[in-house]
Write a protein that binds this ligand. Structure first.
Ligand SMILES: [Zn+2]
Length: 288
């Protein structure tokens, strides 16, 4: 099966009260680990590619070629979407042409009217091609007030305006933060999430910054309408840790331990374990 849009898998997730993980990829090992774990656990999955990661891998055509090739060679039959993460308007257009099956346009830092206009244009393009489109609504405060630990929170009215443009899924700040959470983090703002869901109805909501949010908060967020959760930093941390242990144990200096296929194997396995753990928490296992 080839790549699919994220629309059907997320609508099913929203109706079934579970979430599909977006796992960001950086190279072949990352991609293979996530695809195999999804297949082994009969789970849908979304492969996230940031513009920086796309550039790192050589470009969007290289990414599409690698992912499509792995899907075919590994006989992946579960639903997989290839998704641009936090795309600019230009990046979104490039990924649409390159063959991505899902796009995020992040206009959250633009003036709201411009975010609406550009999102509208991309809705039209994605609809014609059958791609899913994620949009993001900007912050209504938080760090500007010097309250770093609060994270960003979106305005539910703005969320409704963007959701009504015909997008597939909506990212809105509910106190979540990218990367590692600060010690003084106030936690997810469930009242904001609840207000957003009431305004946006059946629209699947996206939780960014999934690394380090306690499992009980994740489960509550899913019960309040979150159907896509982005995981990036967490896979990077376990990959680095497993690779460091291999080197520190001197294994790269034993026999042919320097072979990249051996050197990268512990990190590969660590990503597989982490992705499976996330699929269990998100409830997406056997939902393919
Ligand atoms: Zn994000």
């Amino acid at each position: 099966m080839g790549l699919v849009s994220a629309k059907e898998m997320l609508e099913k997730a929203k109706a079934g009260k579970y979430a599909v993980g977006q796992f960001n990829i950086n190279n072949l090992e990352w991609t293979k680990a996530i695809l195999l774990t999804a297949q082994e656990n009969n789970s849908p999955a979304i492969l996230g590619v940031s513009e920086g990661a796309g550039k790192y891998m050589g470009g969007y055509d290289a990414v599409v070629g690698m992912v499509n090739g792995l899907m075919k060679d590994l006989n992946i039959t579960v639903p997989i979407a290839l998704h641009l993460d936090h795309g600019s308007y230009e990046g979104a257009k490039k990924c649409i042409l390159a063959g991505f099956s899902s796009i995020m346009f992040d206009g959250s830092s633009l003036p709201f009217e411009e975010n609406v206009e550009k999102t509208k244009e991309l809705v039209a393009a994605c609809n014609i091609l059958g791609l899913s489109l994620e949009a993001e609504v900007g912050s209504i405060g938080g760090e500007e007030d010097g309250v770093v630990g609060l994270g960003e929170c979106a305005d539910p009215e703005e969320c409704k305006t963007i959701a009504d443009l015909g997008i597939t899924m909506l990212a809105a700040g509910i106190g979540n933060i990218h990367g590692v959470y600060p010690d003084n983090w106030a936690g997810l703002q469930f009242d904001v999430l609840d207000a957003i869901q009431q305004k946006t109805g059946a629209m699947p909501l996206v939780l960014h910054g999934g690394t380090g949010i306690p499992d009980d908060m994740i489960k509550k967020a899913i019960s309040l309408g979150v159907s896509k959760i982005n995981v990036n930093t967490e896979c990077q941390l376990v990959f680095a840790e497993a690779t460091r242990k291999y080197i520190e144990a001197g294994k790269d200096q034993q026999g042919k331990g320097f072979d990249p296929r051996k050197l990268l194997a512990p990190g590969f396995q660590a990503i597989k374990d982490k992705v499976k753990e996330k699929m269990e928490v998100f409830g997406s296992i056997d939902k393919a």
